[in-house]
Ligand binder design. Structure first.
Ligand SMILES: *[C@@H]1O[C@H](CO)[C@@H](O)[C@H](O)[C@H]1NC(C)=O
Ligand SMILES: *[C@@H]1O[C@H](CO)[C@@H](O)[C@H](O)[C@H]1NC(C)=O
Length: 214
């Protein structure tokens, strides 16, 4: 039983790590072409959804290179002052941030001849896993805050704040709720605790189901 639990934990860990670390690789121009003068990169890019963590692999002949350039340099095919220059026939670019990136060939006339690639990188897909873990965290935060707030206030309140607090209370009968407002705040932390406990219960229930399923 313990061995089985260890296997389940190991599998879960591997799945979680690979979901975050492994991105897709795109062979630029592939599968039919590469980084060359024949491929239409507008066409190649269409329908692809690049994400942070993915990689681009440029494969090219020695007559080409890979310049990463600004948007303006991409538009005008300006090869001077590129962001980076790669040579050697096999260049892997890691898409480590969101936004647009621009690549052109630095050989005279090749960018104008079509060797220009613009890609838009979106945030990674593996955002759902983090959100459940942050959900139990946020309800816990209010609970230390709300009990702490009334306690320092109550010793100080009689001397300093009683005039200001009494002023609205005496002005209208409807302002009786303000004194009753503090009592309503304690239920909130206990409710949050219940939510956190429910989340923990749900989580352990899922693990139990996984174990039963195996
Ligand atoms: C490349 O493909 C795009 C989209 O399919 C098309 O609009 C464009 O005319 C093509 N460019 C060339 C040079 O064939
Ligand atoms: C992406 O990688 C480049 C080159 O390694 C580096 O200069 C840049 O700071 C990285 N950006 C992010 C957001 O990590």
């Amino acid at each position: 039983m313990a061995a089985m639990l260890r296997i389940v934990l190991a599998m879960t860990t591997v799945a979680a790590i690979s979901a975050v670390a492994m991105g897709a690789n795109y062979d630029v121009g592939g599968p039919a072409g590469s980084w060359d003068l024949a491929t239409n990169y507008t066409q190649w890019v269409s329908g692809k959804a690049f994400r942070v963590g993915d990689t681009l692999t440029f494969k090219y002949a020695s007559s080409h290179d890979v310049l990463e350039v600004s948007s303006a340099a991409y538009s005008s095919c300006t090869t001077s002052n590129p962001i980076s220059t790669k040579t050697g026939g096999n260049t892997v670019i890691t898409l480590n941030g969101t936004g647009s990136r621009y690549f052109i060939c630095g050989t005279l006339g090749h960018c104008a001849g079509g060797m220009k690639l613009q890609i838009d990188v979106a945030a990674p897909t593996s955002t759902p896993p983090p959100s459940p873990s942050t959900t139990p965290r946020s309800p816990v935060a209010p609970s230390p805050r709300s009990p702490a707030a009334p306690s320092p206030r109550s010793p100080v309140a009689p001397s300093r704040r009683s005039p200001s607090e009494l002023a609205p209370a005496s002005s209208t009968p409807g302002s009786v709720p303000p004194p009753s407002a503090p009592p309503t705040s304690p239920p909130t932390p206990s409710g949050a605790c219940l939510q956190a406990k429910a989340a923990l219960g749900l989580g352990s229930g899922i693990v139990m189901l996984m174990l039963v399923a195996l």
